[in-house]
Design a protein around this ligand. Structure first.
Ligand code: COA
Length: 254
């Protein structure tokens, strides 16, 4: 079974992360599969809505840390860039269905979705600082605008987790839906979107996306620093500690 599955039904493309044993941690292959699915859908007039969700007990634990650890010098994480380009430039509405953890890019990507529904058990985190890394994909631009500078600083500089209620209060999610009703609710929302006239729907999204130039500029600035951060001793120590399930050596993490 593929690590990302796709299905088109009633004009909705559902992209499911399917690596449940690793909490849907995202490998390079998974980013490319998602990028291809979104780009193919953009050319398919049958697809009017895109839904992102995760199989198993989590939405996603974020980037596969082993992939980061084994990245070669000069490797510019092309598959992640391909996925985020596809997502940020997607003209159709994108809905996210979240349960369990949404870590790292799992939270960041929600900032580029149009509607986000989560189960009450959802836990969000952008732990980049705790890995010696920096914010990515315009989260350092979008979060202060969405949640206010004070809250964004807490999330990005302390890297602590937050729950569904805080996510809703600060605009990261649209609504919290009881776990047993989540799929049904999201399907109903997708159905409603698919029944709207495509031109008006896509233009409504485009009109609200009127900060794209600034967002793309920030994504590019963040990516340069992110790639530099991946090679620092602090990041290497954090990756090695996670992979080997050992505590951080604070002497190497500074
Ligand atoms: N990269 C690679 N593997 C990951 C992963 C990640 N981001 N997140 C989880 N996994 C793996 C674990 O190593 C474990 O593998 P194993 O069964 O072979 O030991 C498996 O997924 C299950 O994870 P586990 O840690 O046992 O589950 P948990 O419920 O106790 O904790 C998390 C879940 C997400 C809180 C925890 O796994 C975690 O903190 N992961 C790292 C998240 C992260 O920092 N992501 C951002 C990267 S930028």
């Amino acid at each position: 079974m593929s690590t990302v599955t796709t299905q088109i039904e009633n004009h909705v493309l559902t992209i499911s992360l399917n690596r449940a044993d690793k909490k849907n941690a995202l490998t390079r292959e998974m980013y490319q599969l998602m990028a291809d699915a979104i780009n193919t859908a953009s050319l398919d007039p049958e697809v009017k809505v895109i839904l992102l969700k995760g199989e198993g007990s989590a939405f996603t634990a974020g980037n596969d840390i082993a992939d980061f650890a084994h990245r070669e010098e000069g490797d510019n994480v092309a598959e992640i860039v391909a996925f985020m380009n596809a997502l940020t430039q997607c003209t159709s509405p994108v809905v996210a269905q979240v349960h369990g953890v949404a870590v790292g890019i799992g939270t960041t990507l929600l900032l580029h979705c149009d509607l986000v529904y989560c189960a009450p058990d959802s836990v969000f985190c952008m732990p980049f600082i705790n890995l010696g890394l920096v914010p990515e994909y315009a989260s350092s631009y979008l979060l202060p605008r969405l949640a206010g500078r004070r809250k964004a600083s807490e999330w990005l500089m302390l890297g602590e987790t937050f729950g569904a209620e805080e996510a809703q209060q600060f605009g990261v999610v649209t609504a919290i839906i009881a776990a047993e009703k989540l799929s049904e609710h999201v399907e109903a929302v997708c159905r409603k979107l698919a029944q709207k006239p495509a031109f008006a729907l896509n233009q409504t999204k485009a009109l609200m996306n009127n900060e794209q130039d600034a967002i793309q500029q920030q994504i590019s600035a963040e990516l340069d620093i992110f790639l530099e951060a991946l090679s620092t001793p602090a990041a290497k120590e954090a990756f090695d500690a996670f992979i080997n399930k050992r505590p951080l050596n604070r002497d190497k993490f500074k």
